[in-house]
Design a protein around this ligand. Structure first.
Ligand code: NAD
Ligand code: DAU
Length: 332
């Protein structure tokens, strides 16, 4: 099988490529990635000989057409992915997440290629802290940020292309991922690398916002389960019952680093900050028999801390510039 992975030099995409090379030797992987600030070719260095890497933009219609023509399956991870950046400058989010997805959809339509669309639980908006409901595949879309609204837009395009043009598509909406190769702008790696540097973690607002954490390996095993057995035209929610508030994440990290429980700073809150995400992944589990392997969040965090300690050469070159960006936007 010839597989085209977009965004394969990013966090989840690179982990997906590693998993695929490791477990599916019959799959011929091509990565298309524009190597934006979030992409790092070195995330793929250990599998470089096993894959083909193409540097390019998913909105480049001619390039995308030629790559899709040579593929049996496209898995689309490429995106502008960070909410804070979308609040400072929304345009790249519209360009990549909407126009880029449109460009891919037109190519898979022309060449009749199977397509899996990677999306987020943020398309559903947020939940109250005490709401007993969780997101399901039938929760109405209600995105809050420029990031989540462009992801919601891309999902809508996929649904329309599947229904109107018969594109062989599936969609997955996953909760917050953590694990190796995550950019240091994101919450968990930002605090881990701060702690390695002896800097106090930064908590937005009171820190009561809840995220539903899943290890990136579990996200990617679910993506393969959907590719292997998912129903065409269907949406699957991916989650591992990992609800934790940000304050507790910071406290756990402080404990792992042997630091006092109050050794962190409250900083300016994110405008429009979603309160809580929570996924009901029953469809994925009952229909496709998927289960997560990383069910102990603290153990997963410890392994992630160990990874960042052992791979300083990977994150160090972008740490100072990332913190300078936060300083300019007042989130320090
Ligand atoms: P990331 O920011 O780490 O990586 C994105 C990758 O896409 C980078 O390698 C970047 O260079 C590439 N890219 C960006 N614009 C491009 C363009 N125009 N053309 C080609 N490549 C381009 O993102 P991530 O956290 O790995 O997220 C991957 C996907 O998973 C996204 O679609 C995101 O919406 C979705 N998702 C992420 C999470 C999460 O917790 N990180 C959760 C659910 C869903
Ligand atoms: O839910 C899935 C989404 O999870 C994905 O679609 C996004 O691509 C991904 O970035 C992530 O979005 P969040 O906005 O939830 O993730 P982030 O890591 O930016 O923040 C997680 C929580 O931590 C959020 O409530 C904001 C808070 N936060 C974040 C940073 C960077 C802090 O308190 N301090 C920080 O320094």
């Amino acid at each position: 099988m010839r597989l085209l992975v977009t965004g394969g030099a990013g966090f989840i995409g690179s982990n997906f490529v590693h998993l695929t090379v490791r477990e599916r030797p019959d799959v011929k992987v091509t990565v298309l990635d524009a190597l934006t600030y979030a992409g790092d070719k070195s995330s793929l260095s250990s599998v470089a000989d096993a894959i083909t890497f193409v540097e390019g933009d998913i909105a480049d219609a001619a390039l995308v057409d030629s790559l899709v023509a040579d593929a049996d399956l496209v898995v689309h991870f490429a995106a502008e992915s960070h909410n804070d950046n979308s609040l400072n400058d929304p345009w790249p989010f519209v360009q990549t997440n909407v126009i880029g997805t449109y460009t891919l959809l037109e190519a898979v339509r022309r060449h009749d290629v199977r397509y899996h669309h990677i999306s987020t639980d943020e398309v559903y908006g947020d939940l109250e802290l005490d709401d007993p409901e969780r997101f399901t595949e039938s929760t109405p879309y209600n995105p809050s940020s420029p990031y989540s609204s462009t992801k919601a837009s891309s999902d809508m395009l996929v649904r329309a292309w599947a229904r109107s043009f018969g594109v062989q598509a599936t969609i997955s909406n996953c909760s917050n991922n953590y694990g190796p190769y995550q950019h240091v702008e994101k919450f968990i790696p930002r605090q881990i690398t701060n702690l390695i540097d002896g800097v106090r973690p930064k908590l937005y607002g009171a820190g009561l916002n809840v995220r539903d954490w899943i290890h990136v390996e579990d996200h990617n095993s679910a993506v393969w389960a959907i590719i292997d057995g998912g129903q065409i035209g269907q949406t699957y929610l991916i989650g591992a019952d990992g609800e934790v508030n940000n304050l507790d994440v910071v406290r756990t990290l402080l404990e792992i680093f042997g630091r006092p429980a109050d050794d962190f700073d409250h900083v300016n809150d994110r405008p429009g900050h979603d309160l809580r995400y929570a996924i009901d992944s029953s469809r994925l589990r009952t229909e496709l028999g998927w289960t997560p392997r990383y069910t102990d969040f603290r153990a997963g965090l410890e392994a992630t801390v160990a990874w960042y300690r052992e791979n300083e050469a990977w994150w160090r070159p972008v740490k100072a510039a990332t913190e300078a960006k936060y300083e300019r936007s007042g989130q320090v």
